[in-house]
Design a protein around this ligand. Structure first.
Ligand code: DGJ
Length: 738
């Protein structure tokens, strides 16, 4: 009795603590405080007028009060108080040796910038805080907003030149985050084409670790996400601070343990090659840097981030405009691996007929349908239907796809041009280039300078026309190279570096405008796989293509890495043919299907050649997937056993928000020494509820219960069939609340 009463009190206290608490500013202590979910964040104006970070971590009581921020002391004569004090947004000047948030050069040669608090306004879920240089009219407005549910903060800055002379912004971060001295591990995502999404983990040492892209776009090689965990934290327990930058151009995140062991994470535009001229009155908006905290390990951090991304970042279509979340993605068929560029009306119709019979929702025709696109040497830029391949235009194919009960999607690569194209012959000046210098080709293509108003108008114009003239539900928007020779010779020499900002802004602008003109259109972000996945592009695109690597075994580790930063909802995963083109690995169709069913499922095989048995297997599993898809793609994800580090086994589990359904996937890489699959202790279920287990593929251990409490599944666990052994084996189960 006493125990019940105490736990009720604990619950009440927890819910009071987590209840909504508006952002506050205490004029006496000059402390700003933001609270949301299980998180509190505080900063204040110190005695010098700098904006100083005070706290970021687990939720504090509403009655807890911070004293006024006190600058850190000088550390001998080499590190002044200014450089030791954790500032929210430090200007480079006055002897700052750590990473600055902002660096500006003035026409008179002055490069000293010292930002002090000037004023603030409260907004619904945060603040706008204005800083100003101590003598010059450079103003910075810092935007803070906290999500009441997850406690995730969004931070960005607007830099304005209110002087009469132009100034050059040489470095501009969106935000800097500070953590107190401790032993930390940094997690970040690295890769290469066809090898994205490797989770890299390393201790944080004194000095700086720079994560970045200098490529003009997000890049496969590093992704703008980080998580920092305390020494004792792991997948399920312990403190984790995480963040993600919403920018699809060149970016940089610097994780720096300073001379006093504080850890600072500064992120925004990549300062390499940066130089943004602000004329009198002009402003520069930085991207948004999102940051969160979880006391529940890396798993808790990614669950918070996934929920936030699905609800707050992803775009909506009219039918989900006011819903809590966008719809699960349609199951798609994509023609790329089946036909590559050899697309034509009859071939695509034959694939579409097979796709419809499998239960596919959307048929997507990939590269090859336009211009003189026989190989990747020609055609990009000429966005008219190839009359040899489609003599009657796209209409007969689209009508056929519709009559089969699917909607139609089309591949485009709007920002690129082949030198062998009508567009390039007409407008050779439209590409990124330095006049008189070579134009380096990659995949025999050049990058159109989307920062130019005429190029922006052309790209928006042809896409708009394409969507006006054809009943297209979905665009796969590809981007198959990085920048070289990034000149913009329409502008004066000292202003050309603006291309790093304006290109990406125009990309976002085109996507936004297209979605406004065609509210039902859905878009995929692809850049030769996962080269443009970030929280900037995800405001305008409904899904991403994580990798050109379609080997279902490799995909397990890639999907695992992806899941630390991005939600399953956007993670497209095709089932393709075997042996896989990249690794030459042969795996069974159920294994390939289950690997892809962990994400937003697609089929990318040459299904015209599939046997009846293969069709039947795929059809059965697509139907099973449709039944549980919302739980898989929008439920809470638990990484039960990681496939990383050549693990013998791996397993994931998802639980829907109501805790009425759960889906479990289990994979064997290669059984060793006869070891059976470990008992899977499930997570996130209601311990008091009763759940019935049913197989999607594979079997539970003979004699083990199929109906049991959530407590049983979580404490005792799920035992798989004794014979579940071998190489590249897969099983999947669903649990439904009785
Ligand atoms: C790269 C993409 O990642 C592939 O899926 C495919 O669309 C090709 N481009 C087409 O050129």
């Amino acid at each position: 009795m006493l125990k019940t009463f105490t736990s009720a009190l604990v619950l009440l206290a927890a819910s009071l603590l987590a209840s909504a608490q508006p952002p506050s500013f205490d004029p006496a202590s000059k402390v700003f405080r933001l609270d949301g979910g299980g998180v509190s964040y505080a900063f204040g104006v110190n005695s010098r007028g700098e904006l100083q970070q005070l706290y970021w971590g687990g939720r504090l009581a509403a009655t807890d009060a911070f004293p006024q921020a006190a600058p850190m002391p000088e550390w001998a004569s080499f590190d002044a108080s200014y450089t030791n004090t954790p500032q929210e947004f430090a200007g480079w000047g006055q002897g700052l040796y750590n990473e600055p948030a902002l660096k500006v050069s003035f026409p008179d040669g002055n490069r000293d910038l010292v930002l002090h608090y000037q004023s603030h306004t409260a907004i619904a879920n945060g603040f706008e805080v204005v800083l100003k240089d101590i003598s010059r009219p450079i103003f910075v407005t810092l935007h803070y907003a906290i999500d009441a549910e997850s406690g995730i903060l969004s931070r960005s800055a607007t830099i304005q030149n209110k002087g009469t002379d132009a100034v050059t912004v040489e470095q501009a971060a969106a935000a800097a985050w500070t953590l107190p001295p401790a032993h930390y591990t940094l997690n970040y995502l690295t890769g290469r084409w066809a090898g994205e999404w490797n989770l890299t983990q390393e201790p944080i040492h004194p000095g700086a670790r720079v994560l970045e892209s200098r490529r003009g776009s997000t890049g496969h090689q590093a992704n703008p996400w980080f998580a920092i965990q305390t020494g004792d934290a792991n997948e399920d327990h312990g403190s984790v601070w995480f963040g993600a930058l919403g920018w699809s151009g060149s970016w940089r995140i610097t994780v720096e343990q300073d001379q006093l062991d504080e850890v600072r994470v500064t992120g925004g535009f990549n300062p390499f090659e940066f130089g943004y001229v602000l004329h009198s009155g002009e402003k520069l908006e930085t991207p948004i840097f999102y940051g969160g905290y979880s006391p529940d390990g890396l798993g808790g951090a990614s669950r918070l981030l996934h929920r936030y991304e699905v609800k707050n970042i992803l775009p909506r279509t009219p039918d989900t405009a006011t819903a809590a979340a966008p719809k699960p993605r349609p199951v798609i068929y994509n023609s790329w691996e089946a036909t590559e560029m050899n697309v034509n009306e009859a071939g695509q119709i034959a694939l579409a007929e097979k796709a419809a019979a499998l239960g596919i929702d959307r048929f997507v025709m990939d590269d090859g349908w336009f211009g003189k696109r026989k190989t990747d040497h020609a055609g990009l830029g000429d966005w008219y239907v190839d009359p040899d391949k489609f003599p009657h235009g796209l209409k007969p194919l689209i009508d056929k796809v519709h009559s089969l009960g699917m909607d139609f999607g089309l591949w485009v690569e709007p920002e690129m041009v082949n030198p062998d194209s009508d567009l390039y012959r007409k407008h050779p000046d439209w590409v990124l280039n330095f006049p008189g210098r070579p134009r380096t080709e990659q995949r025999t293509q050049l990058v159109l300078n989307l920062a130019r108003p005429d190029v922006r108008a052309y790209v928006l114009g042809f896409l708009d026309k394409l969507l006006n003239e054809n009943d297209i539900a979905f665009l796969k928007w590809d981007y198959n190279r990085n920048w070289s020779e990034p000149g913009w010779d329409q502008l004066p020499a000292n202003e050309q570096k603006k291309v790093y900002v304006e290109f990406t802004r125009n990309l976002y602008g085109i996507l936004a405008e297209l979605r406004q003109r065609h509210p039902k259109i859905e878009i995929e972000s692809c850049s030769g796989g996962g080269g443009r996945v970030d929280l900037g592009i995800l405001r305008y695109t409904d899904e991403v293509w994580p990798s050109d690597n379609t080997d279902s075994f490799d995909r397990l580790t890639q999907q695992d890495g992806f899941s630390y930063a991005y939600p399953t909802q956007v993670m497209l995963a095709w089932v393709t043919d075997t042996p896989n083109w990249l690794n030459k690995r042969t795996t069974s169709l159920p294994y390939r299907m289950l690997s892809s069913m962990q994400g937003s499922l697609g089929i990318g095989a040459n299904i015209v050649k599939w046997t009846d048995d293969e069709h039947a297997t795929a059809k059965r599993l697509i139907a099973a997937y449709h039944q549980v898809q919302p739980t898989i793609v929008q439920g809470d994800l638990y990484r039960l056993i990681s496939p990383r580090n050549n693990s013998e086994f791996s397993a994931t589990q998802t639980v829907n928000p109501a805790k009425t359904q759960s889906v479990v996937f289990a994979f064997i890489h290669s059984t060793q020494k006869g070891r059976g699959f470990p008992t899977l202790k499930l997570q996130g279920l209601d311990p008091a509820a009763v759940y019935a287990l049913s197989p999607i593929e594979g079997k539970a251990r003979a004699g083990s219960p199929t109906v049991a409490s959530g407590a049983w599944w979580m404490n005792h666990g799920l035992d798989l069939d004794q014979d579940f052994r071998g190489d590249f084996q897969a099983a999947a189960f669903r649990l439904d609340k009785k």
